[in-house]
Design a protein around this ligand. Structure first.
Ligand SMILES: Cc1ncc(C[n+]2csc(CCOP(=O)(O)OP(=O)(O)O)c2C)c(N)n1
Ligand SMILES: [Mg+2]
Length: 734
C-alpha cells in the first residue's frame, strides 16, 4: 500500500491536515473509504444470512472487490459521470450515494427497490438519480452500451440544442443530461473479457477516442474457471496493450490508495478528451462466486488461505492503524455505527411493501406515449405537383430514404449507423467529388451522410452486436439511433442485445431507464439466387420478445408512415424491410410528406370480400392479392385480404371483424410454417372466434427449411401465389 511521506501523527487528531494525503486522498477520505468498504462487506454478510433464513432469494457479493469500487467512486462524479457497473460493484454504488437500505430493498424484491421494483436479482445495480444505468445478468452486454453512452455524451456536447426536450414525440419524455467532460465507467470480471462484445467495445472506444473508463476486476476466477483457461497468457493487460488512444493501468485492486491513483490518472485522460482508459485491477474473491456456488469444490484450502491475506477490508484497516489515521477505538466505533445503521436498514427492508402482482405488465412499453393512438394518425400530403405533372409514384426504398431525411432534419437527436450506411467514410473523396457515395448496400441511406454530416451518419465496424449495443446505450441517454442491420440473416450476433437488453431496459428498470431505438433490417426472400443467407425471415422470434415493437410493411406508403411512427415513438422498434419489395412496381406511392404517420397495430384491408379472409403481411401481400384476383375472376370467390403491417402490436379488431364476416380464414406468411407468426394468430382465432368459423383455420407458409439458391428450389420452399390460390379455393369450398 502507498504510504504518506510526512511523519506519522498519533490518534485521529490531525484529520483536517490537508498535507496528509495519499495519492491525493485525505485522511478523512481514507476513513470514509474504510466506512464504505466495511459497510459493503457487512451488507454482503447480512444478505448471506438473510438468504440462509430464506428472507431473500439470491445473493452475490462484492467481497474482495471493495477497494476498486471505493477508488472508482471517489475519482468519478456521482450523477455527473455515467456508470455501467457489474454485480461486484456494491462498494462503488455505496460511494456514489446508494444506501444499504436501497440495496436491501432490492434483495427482498420490494416495490420501492430503486433499480427494478422487485424485477431483478440483487446486485443488479440501477440508480437513475446517480446515473447508474440498469444492469442485467448477461456478462459483457454492458460494454457496448457504455460505448454508446459515451457517444451520446459527445453528440449532445457538439449539438447542445438537440438536448432540449420538445413536445410531440419521445423527446418530451426523454430528459437529457450531459457534461462536456463526462466519463462513462464500465466494469466487468476477468472471465467476461472472453466475451466478444468486450473486444468490440474496446475497438470502438479506441477508434473513436471515447471517454470510456474500462475496469476489469480480475479475481482470477469466473465461477470455477480459472484465468489461465479464460485468457491467453493469463493476463488481459498484455492482450489489450496495443489499442491506440488508451491510458492503461495495472494495479493491485486490493489497495485502495494505489487503485485510487490509477483511477485519477485514468479519469484525467478521459476527461481531457485523450481517449479511453483501461484499469486492470487484481482483486480477490474471498467468498464463493455466489450463494449458489461452493468454491471448496474447485479451490483447495491453501489457495483460499493465501488469498485471504490480501483481503482489502482488513488491509485498509491495518493501514489506518499503521498510519495512525484511526486507532483501535476509532475503528471499533466506526464499525459499531455501521452495524447499527445496517440493523435499522435490515429491519425496515424486511417490512417493505412488496410489488403488487397486477403491476407485472407495466413498463413493458412506454406508458407516456402510445404508438397505437390517434396522435400517430395523419393523412398523406400530396406531393407538390411541379410543372403540372402528377405526383410521381416512388418505390419503398425511395420513401424510406425520404422519410429518414425529413426526420433527420426535424430531429437532431437522430443518428444513423450500420454497415455500409455512410456515403463514404473517406470524406475527402466526397469533398473532392471523386465518387458518388454508397449509402447502404440497398442504398436506403443514400445521401444522408452528405446532407447531415459524418457525425450523424456513419459506418460501424462489421459487428452486429456493436451496432445494437451502442444504439442501446445511445437511446438510454436520449438519442434516437436509427441503425441498420444489413441482412436479417446476420442479425444473430446482435441477438443478446436484441433479446436481453434493448427491449428490456424499461421493464427491468421499472421505468427508470428506456432505450427507444429503431433497428431497420432488410429481410426476406423471393430474390432468385438469394439463397440461405440472404433470404431468411424469422420475425416471430422478435414478436416473442416483450418490449419490442415489430413492424413489417408491404408497400411504400406504409413503410413511410410506419417508419415515422417508429422514429417518433418511445419504444424500441424492429423495422423489417422486405428486400424484394424495395423496388417493386407493386405498392409505389408519391411521398406522403414530412408528417405522415400510421399508428402501430392498425391493419389495412387491401380488398374487402365476403367468402374468406386472408391475414398476411410483407411480400405475401402482393402474392395473396394476385391469388385473390384470380379466385374471383375464375370462380367468383370474394376474398377479404388483410395486411397486418405491424406484427407487435397487431390489429386483433380487424382480424376478428373479418373472420366474423367471412367465417373462413387463412393466415399466410413467408416465414416457415411451424412455430411461425401465423401459429399465434390461428390459435387466438380458434380460441376466441370458434363459434364464427365454418371451416378449419388454414395456414400457408414456407416449408420448414431454409431458402435454397436454385430458383426451382426457392420457388418450392417459399409460398407462391399458386399455393395461396389452391389453399384459398379449397377453404372457400370446404
Ligand atoms: C452471457 C453469460 N454467460 C454466462 C453467465 C453465467 N455467469 C454469471 S457470472 C459468471 C462468471 C463471471 O466471471 P467474471 O467475469 O470473472 O466475474 P466474477 O464473477 O469473477 O467477478 C458466469 C459464467 C452469464 N451471466 N452471462
Ligand atoms: Mg472473475
Amino acid at each position: 500500500m502507498a504510504t504518506r511521506s510526512d511523519s506519522k501523527s498519533a490518534g485521529v487528531a490531525d484529520l483536517n491536515n490537508s498535507n496528509d494525503t495519499y495519492q491525493g486522498l485525505s485522511r478523512q477520505q481514507l476513513i470514509q473509504a474504510y466506512r464504505v468498504m466495511y459497510t459493503s462487506r457487512k451488507v454482503d454478510d447480512r444478505e448471506i444470512l438473510l438468504k440462509r433464513q430464506q428472507k431473500i432469494f439470491f445473493q452475490i457479493s462484492g467481497a474482495g472487490h471493495e477497494a476498486v469500487g471505493v477508488a472508482a467512486g471517489l475519482a468519478l462524479k456521482s450523477g455527473y459521470d455515467w456508470f455501467y457497473p457489474y454485480y461486484r460493484d456494491r462498494a462503488l454504488c455505496l460511494t456514489l450515494g446508494a444506501t444499504p437500505y436501497e440495496m436491501l430493498l432490492t434483495a427482498v424484491g420490494a416495490a420501492d427497490d430503486p433499480g427494478s421494483g422487485g424485477r431483478q436479482m440483487p446486485s443488479h445495480w440501477g440508480f437513475p438519480k446517480l446515473n447508474v444505468v440498469s444492469q442485467s445478468s448477461p456478462t459483457g452486454t454492458q460494454v457496448l452500451q457504455a460505448v454508446g453512452c459515451a457517444e451520446a455524451g459527445r453528440h449532445f456536447a457538439s449539438h447542445p440544442q438537440s438536448a432540449e426536450s420538445l413536445d410531440g414525440d419521445y423527446r418530451q419524455f426523454k430528459r437529457v443530461m450531459f457534461h462536456n467532460d463526462e466519463v462513462t465507467y464500465v466494469s466487468l470480471g476477468d472471465g467476461t473479457t472472453s466475451e466478444g462484445e468486450f473486444w468490440e467495445g474496446l475497438n470502438t472506444a479506441s477508434n473513436r477516442k471515447l471517454p470510456v473508463l474500462f475496469v476489469v476486476q480480475d479475481n482470477e476466477y469466473a465461477i470455477s474457471v480459472p484465468i489461465e483457461v479464460q485468457t491467453a497468457g493469463g493476463n488481459i493487460s498484455r492482450l489489450v496493450a496495443n489499442f491506440p488512444n488508451f491510458h492503461f493501468e495495472e494495479v493491485d485492486g486490493t489497495d485502495p490508495v494505489a487503485t485510487y491513483g490509477a483511477f485519477v490518472r485514468s479519469v484525467t485522460h478521459c476527461r481531457q478528451g485523450e481517449g479511453p482508459a483501461f484499469i486492470h485491477a487484481h482483486v480477490v474473491r474471498p467468498y464463493s462466486h455466489s450463494l449458489s456456488d461452493d468454491e471448496r469444490l474447485y479451490r483447495p484450502e491453501a489457495e483460499r488461505e493465501q488469498e485471504a491475506q490480501r483481503d482489502p477490508v482488513s488491509r485498509l484497516q491495518m493501514f489506518l492503524l499503521r498510519e495512525g489515521i484511526l486507532d483501535a477505538k476509532g475503528i471499533n466505533q466506526l464499525e459499531k455505527q455501521v452495524e447499527d445503521e445496517l440493523q435499522t436498514a435490515v429491519d425496515q427492508a424486511l417490512e417493505a411493501t412488496l410489488p403488487a402482482p397486477d403491476t407485472v405488465t407495466r413498463y413493458v412499453y412506454s406508458e407516456d406515449l402510445d404508438p397505437t393512438s390517434s396522435a400517430f394518425e395523419t393523412q398523406p400530403a400530396a406531393e407538390a405537383a411541379s410543372d403540372d405533372k402528377k405526383p410521381v409514384p416512388k418505390t419503398m426504398a425511395d420513401l424510406i430514404n425520404a422519410t429518414l431525411r425529413d426526420e433527420m432534419k426535424r430531429d437532431e437527436r437522430i443518428v444513423i449507423f450500420g454497415e455500409d450506411v455512410a456515403d463514404c467514410s473517406r470524406e475527402q473523396y466526397l469533398e473532392q467529388k471523386l465518387i458518388k457515395g454508397k449509402g447502404g448496400v440497398f442504398k436506403l441511406t443514400s445521401g444522408l451522410q452528405c446532407d447531415f454530416g459524418s457525425d450523424r451518419v456513419f459506418n460501424s465496424p462489421l459487428a452486429e452486436a456493436n451496432i445494437v449495443g451502442r444504439a442501446t446505450g445511445m437511446a438510454t441517454r436520449g438519442l434516437k439511433p436509427v441503425v441498420e442491420i444489413q441482412f436479417f440473416d446476420y442479425i444473430w450476433p446482435a441477438m443478446m442485445q436484441l433479446r436481453d437488453e434493448l427491449p428490456l431496459m424499461r421493464w427491468r428498470s421499472n421505468n427508470g431507464f428506456s432505450a427507444p431505438a429503431v433497428v431497420r433490417v432488410a429481410i426476406g426472400g423471393y430474390l432468385t439466387g438469394g439463397s440461405i443467407y440472404h433470404s431468411q425471415c424469422g420475425e416471430s422470434i422478435f414478436t416473442h420478445t416483450p418490449g419490442m415493437r415489430v413492424v413489417f410493411p408491404s408497400n411504400a406508403l406504409d413503410a413511410a408512415g410506419l417508419l415515422r411512427t417508429a422514429i417518433r415513438c418511445d419504444d424500441p422498434v424492429l423495422f423489417l424491410e422486405h428486400k424484394r419489395l424495395y423496388r417493386e412496381t407493386y405498392g409505389r406511392a408519391p411521398y406522403p410528406g414530412p408528417e405522415y404517420m400510421i399508428p402501430f397495430g392498425k391493419a389495412r384491408v387491401v380488398q374487402s370480400g365476403s367468402d374468406l379472409s386472408v391475414i398476411t403481411y410483407g411480400a405475401v401481400v402482393p402474392r395473396a392479392l394476385q391469388a385473390a384476383q384470380r379466385l374471383e375472376r375464375e370462380h367468383g370467390i370474394k376474398t377479404e385480404l388483410v395486411d397486418l403491417r405491424c406484427l407487435n402490436p397487431y390489429d386483433w379488431e380487424t382480424i376478428a371483424a373479418s373472420v366474423q364476416k367471412t367465417n373462413r380464414v387463412i393466415v399466410a406468411h413467408e416465414d416457415m410454417l411451424s412455430w411461425g407468426y401465423g401459429a399465434e394468430i390461428a390459435a387466438r382465432i380458434a380460441d376466441q372466434l370458434f363459434d364464427h368459423l365454418d371451416a378449419p383455420i388454414r395456414r400457408v407458409a414456407a416449408k420448414d427449411t431454409f431458402v435454397a439458391y436454385q430458383p426451382v428450389l426457392e420457388d418450392a420452399i417459399l409460398p407462391q401465389a399458386d399455393d395461396l390460390f389452391r389453399a384459398m379455393k379449397e377453404l372457400a369450398e370446404y
